[in-house]
Every structure is written in structure tokens, then in C-alpha cells.
Design a protein around this ligand. Sequence first.
Ligand SMILES: [Zn+2]
Length: 252
Amino acid sequence: MLQIQENLIRLSREIGREERRLAILGEGNTSATLDDGTFLVKASGSSLSTMEAGDLTRVRMDVAMAALDDSTLGDSGVRTVLESSRVDPSSKLPSVETFLHAICLSEGGAKWVGHCHAESVLSILATPHGANPFLKHIFPDAIVVCGRHLAVVPYIDPGLELAREARRSLRAFMDTHGAAPKVILLENHGPVALGASDKEVLNILLMLDKWARILVNTLSMGGPRFLPESVSDRIESRPDEHYRRAQIAQAQ
Ligand SMILES: [Zn+2]
């Protein structure tokens, strides 16, 4: 657990670096599974950039998941669930997005999750276009790092309702594509990266940030020229791109 905790602190601080403009103040949250029915998640109100061990709360997966199916829970009920989900009752209250992380770490198959409010990505998600500009690709590396397809969740109240909507989106995505996405875009909110490693989560968020900035930049030159679907499919399936993807995920 200590190594995972250490790596999660490092990942959180990387996402929270001020110059990256991915998250400020208490924005964003991170998590990692401990593969024993529990996971570590950022405590409510703590800052990614100054993350310390005490800002991570170990949560029981079954308690968080049970709340998703309990339609009777109001705001006070949600708080009670968050309190009772803690393995150590003296630890800080976990983030209200704990339920979203539980979904990504269970049904989404992720080992590590990072969510932020990237200025660049929000500059698109908060327009009338919503997530649509991300549904077609404009350059190969975004396909390699962020995946051929991204899942989308329309704006919804953060917390339990958002997690339920994310679960619906995730299930529909997996029915269509046969695998979980690497990215869930929350419209008017921000991206969620689902990774097999802490490094992959950071790679996804940095590539998504670059992708968003390029999309916005293209508007001054006539708008994006999207890659044809067949080209994007080809990049996704090329053996050398699979190799490259594995190399990128391992590089430190
Ligand atoms: Zn958020």
C-alpha cells in the first residue's frame, strides 16, 4: 500500500502543478485501487498540488458501490455513506467524487484514475459544442494515448448523480466498443482519465490538454481538419502503434 500511496501522491502533485493549468485550489481528484476491495481517494477539499498522505482516504469499494443503487439517499445520506466508507474512521472525509472513482476502478477496469478541470479541455466542454470536437481525431498521438473513442457524460450535479450517469455512459460505451474508455469527458466539468498505471493517467491528461489546445488554436486557421474515421481506425489497430503505446506507458 505504501508504494501505491507514494505514487498517488506524486501523480496528484503532477496533475496539480500550477503551470499545467489542469486544476487549482481543491479542484480535481485522484484514486488508486489497492486490489483488496478498498481504494485510496483524495479527501474532500484537499489540494492536488500539495497532496500528502493524510489527504488520501482509504475507502471500501462495496460501501461506495452500494450507494449507487440506493435511490433513497439525499445529501445527508451521501455524507453518511462517505463517512462510513472509510476503512479508518479517523481519516478525512473522502471526496464527493468517490462514487465516480469507484465506478472507474470497478466496472471501468482502471487501476488508477485522475480527474481534473483542465482549462484547455473545459474551454471546449463548456461551449455549445460540448464534447463533440473530441469525437473525431485530428492527430495520431491522441489516438495512441487517449484511445480511439472517448466516453461522454452530459452535465449533471457532481457526486452520486454524476457517478450514476457515468456508470450508464460506461456501460453503453463497453456495449458498443467491447472495452472500457481511457477518457470520460464530463461536459461543463472536466475530463476523467482511466489508467493501468499512474504514469498512464498523467500521460492521458497531458495529451488531452494538448489536443484541446490544438483544437482551439485551429479555430484561427479555419477550424480543425478531422482525420477520416478509416485513418483513425487504422492507427488504433496498427501493431507498431500498440508497441509505441506500451513504450509510452512504461517510460518514466
Ligand atoms: Zn470535478
